[in-house]
Design a protein around this ligand. Structure first.
Ligand SMILES: [Ca+2]
Ligand SMILES: [Ca+2]
Length: 800
């Protein structure tokens, strides 16, 4: 990284140039006045303006040397795609890439008709060798039969201002005689203009008058992003208190993959109104907190690549629909938690476009330099992944997960400010908090420089060897600030982080910056209790299992980072992992830390076994203190069988692979077994069908059927969740293990809340266990009583 000083000096120069343009525009009365009724109500600029035109300051902006071979290649490329037949392309090269946003092109048919003009915006995102261009479709009725076309490169701010004349680059209208213009073999016409001399196009690249590439300065790396935060230094922000609205109050959460949950308008794609229509169903499941996968404008069906943080994706509905969902949920005491993807954006996010074109804007008197919103490094040679070359420039951006997902640079204060503004925008609309995506990836080890004192977590994907190691120190400091700043205005806001990690110790520090963390450790460890019938203790049937005796230490560890007010967020499964039913039926090999999961299909023949294990697993997951999220459909026992791509569900080039296998975790919610049920989604993306696997389609009963069956998985889930719904002690109490002798397969514990308590006994094994429970029986599954716990049974009691 280069020192900031150099970059500032460039901004300063640019500011001077812009102000000199403005001064001329208003003071020049030598301009030619043209009848306002004509489209080309255009003025030429004074000669004095020309003298002050940036392009005239050749000494300050020496043209860069463009490689002549490169120029020749560019010239040759003009004869081929992507140019469109019968189009006129006007290329315009400016000294500073930042300036393009201030100018546009105005064009019209001049002869034989003199038609109204049209505004044209620049089409290429960043200038290429010839700058930016606009294209005029000569098939457009406005140009059919045209022999001559006029155009003008015009300063946008001068257009439409009453009593002013338009300001054009270098002075006025340019006429293109189509009969004489050089038409290329592909039927296109290209004209090239340099800033300050657009009256006299055109040049070719074989001339020595090569255009200036704004991304190639003599100093080369002047457009590298610069940082103004030392994120390794101790955070000046205090530990923000845990949300009072969630701590001790929110017991059951529910995660919805929006595209797959419920359709309201018959187009097959899940939407917000579809969710609103199902709120009573969610209330019957005792849901307190609803987490929707991202609903902001994005480029994918899953939504984890935001294009606009402040817009609702029209595929899901409107802002009004979302506000209505919040209001309707609120009347049912359900809080909406928004998924916020702040590690990266889509390439098409306006911030990235502005960053790529090195745009600066003055907002509220403050200069925003979008270049620094993302990471940019300069190198003529390709940088190693995850750095990717942007277009034809020698600048590379950082994108760990996909080239289409550039990562935001939070070592730039303005980026932090912008994302805090985003959060407050939604909190003002009534959103209760955020599920923060990819918290450990905000600062990856290779994303920014780090200090010897920084705590790094090694995390290398054994399959791909990609290094996902994170910088814990910087991540925690970032979230301390984010949390503290939003809670200044919204003390009840709730933050739950996605830290995709099965180790409690690695999740722990993130509690400094957030109220809660999703319990990946629980997801991976409780399941071992159900899978291994062998020895262990207190329900821990394997070294990788989870006994009740281990839990207090885990909660204490989290509480130690959060002033005693940590909220554990357990979950049955989620959109990125195996569904609960497949998870508990997992075929595993290895032992200790070397267990490998092998995906098992759920079928009619193993469904009973899987459902039984799932009930034990769900009880252990949801009956911990704190918040427990149900992944939509897990309450039905939906499977997530990964189906190899075939001609009927995937594009031809993907047949035989499991590419996009995650879609099988995101199958349509089964509202009923009626194939004509209008709520059921059915959609595809990029040729991949998001549909039911055979088990869900043929065997599984839907919500409608299961609601009528007291022995169904759905009714079981309602019974489990009603415990938290009716007895707050299960949410807010402290877990104390109950020691049992004689059976290693029972997980048993008391939850104590002042003078009240509850007891939970889960027998993961097949053998019987003698117990001595106290209190009133609230739930008995599989014949459990206060003295006897048959194999695979559950008992819950309470002092209340
Ligand atoms: Ca829809
Ligand atoms: Ca990052």
């Amino acid at each position: 990284m280069k020192p900031k000083r150099k970059f500032l000096s460039i901004l300063f120069t640019l500011g001077l140039l812009l102000s000199s343009c403005g001064g001329n525009r208003t003071s020049d009365d030598s301009q030619k006045v043209i009848d306002d009724s004509e489209h080309q109500s255009i003025t030429t600029e004074s000669s004095s303006h020309k003298e002050e035109n940036p392009s005239s300051q050749g000494d300050e902006n020496p043209p860069s040397v463009v490689d002549e071979d490169e120029a020749a290649r560019y010239e040759a490329g003009l004869n081929s795609a992507p140019w469109k037949d019968n189009h006129l392309y006007i290329h315009f090269n400016m000294r500073n890439a930042n300036d393009y946003s201030k100018w546009h092109v105005w064009a019209w048919q001049k002869y034989p008709a003199d038609n109204d003009g049209k505004k044209y915006d620049w089409e290429n995102e960043i200038p290429d060798l010839a700058g930016k261009y606009i294209s005029i479709d000569l098939n457009d009725p406005a140009y059919v039969g045209a022999e001559r076309i006029g155009f003008l490169i015009v300063l946008t701010s001068s257009v439409g201002v009453s009593g002013r004349h338009w300001t054009s680059d270098s002075g006025g209208d340019v006429m293109v005689n189509l009969n004489e213009a050089p038409t290329r073999p592909n039927g296109t016409i290209h004209l090239f203009a340099n800033q300050g001399s657009s009256l006299t196009p055109s040049f070719t690249f074989s001339d020595k008058e090569l255009p200036h590439n704004p991304f190639e300065d003599p100093d080369n790396d002047t457009l590298e992003s610069v940082n103004n935060i030392d994120s390794s230094a101790p955070s000046k922000y205090p530990l923000a208190p845990t949300s009072p609205a969630f701590k001790d109050e929110a017991g059951i959460g529910y995660q919805i993959q929006v595209s797959s949950f419920a359709d309201s308008d018959g187009n097959g794609f899940g939407d917000i109104r579809g969710i609103t229509a199902k709120l009573d169903y969610l209330k019957s499941l005792n849901v307190d907190v609803l987490w929707l996968t991202p609903v902001q404008l994005s480029g994918s069906y899953h939504g984890y690549d935001t294009i606009d943080y402040l817009k609702i994706d029209p595929r899901y509905g409107t802002m009004e629909d979302y506000e209505n969902l919040i209001a309707e949920a609120s009347t049912r005491d359900i809080k909406i938690v928004m998924d916020l993807v702040l590690n990266h954006t889509d390439l098409n996010h306006d911030w990235f476009k502005k960053s790529a074109s090195a745009t600066t804007e003055v907002v509220d008197g403050k200069t925003i330099n979008y270049r620094n919103y993302y990471h940019w490094r300069y190198s003529k040679a390709d940088l190693p992944e995850p750095w990717y070359r942007y277009a034809t420039t020698n600048y590379h951006y950082y994108a760990k997960f996909a080239t289409s997902m550039p990562e935001l640079n939070y070592d730039n204060q303005e980026t932090r400010d912008a994302i805090v503004d985003v959060a407050k925008f939604w909190l003002a609309k009534g959103v209760a908090g955020f599920r923060i995506d990819a918290v450990k990836h905000i600062y990856m080890k290779d994303e920014s420089t780090y200090k010897p004192t920084d705590i790094l977590t090694e995390d290398i994907d054994p399959k791909t060897n990609v290094d996902y190691s994170s910088n814990v120190t910087k991540n925690v400091h970032f979230f301390r600030e984010f949390n503290a700043r939003i809670k200044e205005d919204y003390p009840n806001a709730f933050l739950v982080g996605e830290n995709f990690d099965g180790w409690d110790e690695r999740i722990k520090p993130y509690y400094q910056g957030m109220d809660s963390q999703l319990d990946f450790a629980g997801y991976y460890h409780f399941v071992n209790n159900t899978i291994y019938p062998a020895a262990g203790n207190q329900g821990e049937t394997n070294a990788q299992g989870m006994s009740a005796t281990k839990l207090p230490a885990k909660y204490d560890m989290y509480n130690s980072e959060r002033g005693g007010r940590a909220i554990n967020s357990a979950f049955t499964s989620n959109h990125d992992v195996e569904r609960m039913l497949n998870h508990v039926q997992n075929n595993r090999t290895g032992a200790g830390a070397f267990i490998e999961e092998h995906h098992t299909h759920i079928s009619a023949s193993n469904a009973a076994s899987a459902n039984l294990k799932a009930r034990l697993y769900a009880a252990a997951t949801l009956l911990q203190p704190g918040l427990g999220f149900i992944y939509y459909g897990d309450e039905l026992g939906m499977s997530g069988n990964i189906v190899t791509n075939t001609a009927s569900n995937a594009p031809s080039e993907a047949i035989g692979t499991d590419f996009h296998k995650d879609r099988w975790y995101r199958q349509p919610m089964k509202w009923s077994s009626d194939p004509n049920d209008a709520s059921i989604t059915r959609y595809s993306f990029q040729g991949y069908e998001v549909m039911w696997d055979e088990y869900n389609a043929q065997t599984l009963q839907g919500v409608k059927e299961q609601s009528l069956d007291s022995g169904s998985m759905l009714e079981y889930f309602k019974a489990i969740t009603s415990l938290k719904g009716n007895y707050p002690l299960f949410t807010r109490g402290n877990l104390v293990p109950i020691s049992l002798s004689g059976n290693n397969h029972v997980m048993s514990y008391k939850i104590v809340d002042g003078s009240k308590y509850g007891e939970v006994y889960i027998n993961f094994g097949a053998g019987h266990a003698a117990i001595n429970a106290s209190g009133n029986t609230l739930l008995s599954f599989n014949g459990a009583s206060k003295t006897s716990l048959p194999g695979h049974s559950i008992l819950v009691t309470s002092s209340e």
